[in-house]
Write a protein that binds this ligand. Structure first.
Ligand SMILES: [Zn+2]
Length: 79
């Protein structure tokens, strides 16, 4: 799949600019809360179901890993 690396790079670029890779919503407007275990981190729930972490120290978003999502999160799908 030759297009995969390019697609991946575009997704990282979108996230860095603060947009969801799935629905292109601005993450600044999505539901967020302080991460219960990580200091200086917000956890951001996009309304399409994707979950991001916002690092307050560098002002950047990244995708949350499954183990970084609190089990009581409002949009955790049974994965
Ligand atoms: Zn989204």
């Amino acid at each position: 799949m030759i297009w995969l690396p390019i697609r991946h790079r575009l997704q990282s670029e979108l996230i860095k600019r603060g947009y969801c890779v799935g629905c292109a919503h601005s993450l600044a407007n999505e539901l967020r809360e302080e991460h219960p275990q990580k200091t200086n981190m917000h956890i951001v729930y996009c309304n399409c179901g994707r979950i991001y972490l916002y690092d307050l120290r560098i002002n950047q978003y990244r995708r949350a890993l499954p183990e970084e999502v609190p089990t009581n999160s409002p949009q955790k799908h049974g994965e």
